[in-house]
Design a protein around this ligand. Structure first.
Ligand SMILES: *Cc1c(COP(=O)(O)O)cnc(C)c1O
Length: 384
């Protein structure tokens, strides 16, 4: 049976994997080596130097390709290193269209690193295809989509953007960190590149920082592989091993993230002291119809705004939480709470932030795998 015929729940475990060639180890060993013996110059078993390739990383890269329905996976030292590699496909003078409420670090690398190399970025609301099209010109070479967006949980129509990108011959990259391939498969919807911060749900246990790119097209894979090797932001064998181990339970974890996410989103929506709750599973969510079409469920990321509350009151709530840890990041087995305005999105100027809804009192939850009743009790005591 070819890997391509496997269902998702089997791909997470077996996709792209074979027992190790040396001793039949079921989990790929951690090949903690920088180099490989050659019998004659160039006479090697497929590996010469671990920046170029390492067997543990290759096992992870094959798994990534399989779960995203791609043909090629590339693993990096962080999500941002993966993004860095994508932007390096471009040249000075090129333009990029992206969302206005994307991950703070993505905004920072675009604005503060790549603008000075002559690449222009447009940060816009991507809810309307016409709006996106109005920002496209002959120099536009890349559309960067993140969906659901962080932290506002807007959902962008991947198929719609992909049709537009194809019409104008522009690359489409989708940051699939929040949804994971358990919920949404951008390559199937026409995207050219899927990007992950595997630090989050793919790793799933808050113990690694890893990034990933997955593509279908061989030429594009070759170009990205060239950049990966030439720039060198690869992930090490130990982190590759841990991420691969995480992926093997992705489907089981995501199922519970979705169940707990739903329970908590509903609890918050019915709470008299909570104003807005942003979660794409609600029928009254602005993009619920698109979410229903392109996602299989709605995930465990939720943002909310306590009624009439201020910066300080929001901080009080996150400080009072006990089972939810106050921390950056998301997607691990443990529940986390964050205050985007002072944490993940502090690098975005206040006016920019508020334009997209990231007000001072917004709180973001990454709902983990604890018992939902315990999580609700914790929110109850913190919100009061
Ligand atoms: C965390 C994150 C990134 C950056 O990934 P790192 O692994 O932290 O470098 C990019 N996009 C999203 C949506 C993220 O949550």
């Amino acid at each position: 049976m070819s890997d391509k015929d496997l269902k998702f729940n089997s791909k997470t475990i077996h996709g792209g994997q074979q027992p190790d060639a040396a001793y039949g180890a079921v989990m790929p060993p951690i090949y903690q080596t920088s180099t490989y013996a050659q019998t004659t110059p160039g006479g090697h078993k497929g590996f010469e130097y671990s920046r170029s390739a390492n067997p543990t990383r290759t096992a992870l890269e094959n798994s990534l390709a399989s779960i995203e329905n791609g043909s090629y996976g590339l693993a990096f030292g962080s999500g941002l290193a993966a993004i860095d590699a994508v932007v390096k496909l471009l040249n000075p003078g090129d333009e990029v269209v992206s969302t206005n409420d994307l991950y703070g670090g993505s905004y920072r690398i675009f604005k503060q690193i790549f603008e000075k190399f002559g690449i222009t970025f447009h940060f816009i609301g991507m809810q309307s295809i016409d709006t996106i099209e109005s920002h496209i010109n002959v120099n536009t070479k890349l559309i960067w989509v993140e969906t659901p967006t962080n932290p506002m949980m807007n959902v962008i129509d991947i198929k719609g953007v992909s049709d537009l990108a194809k019409k104008h011959n522009i690359l489409l990259a989708v940051d699939n960190t929040f949804a994971t391939p358990y919920l949404q498969r951008p390559l199937d919807l026409g995207a050219d590149i899927v990007m992950h911060s595997a630090t989050k749900y793919l790793g799933g246990h808050s113990d690694v920082v890893v990034g990933a790119l997955i593509v279908k097209d061989k030429d594009l894979a070759d170009k990205l592989y060239f950049i990966q090797n030439a720039s060198g932001a690869v992930c090490g064998p130990m982190d590759s091993f841990l991420t691969l181990r995480g992926i093997k339970t992705l489907h089981v974890r995501m199922q519970r993230h979705c169940e707990n996410g739903k329970a908590i989103a509903e609890y918050l929506a019915n709470h008299p002291k909570i104003g807005k709750v942003y979660w794409p599973g609600f029928e009254n969510h602005a993009n619920h119809e698109i979410a229903k079409t392109q996602m299989d469920d709605f995930g465990g990321m939720i943002s909310f705004v306590p009624n009439g509350s201020s910066y300080d009151e929001a901080i009080q709530i996150v400080e009072k939480l006990e089972l939810f840890t106050l921390a950056e990041s998301l997607g691990g087995v443990e529940s986390l709470a964050g205050h985007p305005a002072s944490m993940t999105h502090a690098s975005i100027p206040k006016e920019e932030r508020e334009k997209s809804g990231v007000v001072d009192s917004l709180i973001r939850l990454s709902v983990g795998l604890e018992d939902a009743e315990d999580l609700i009790a914790d929110l109850e005591q913190a919100i009061g």
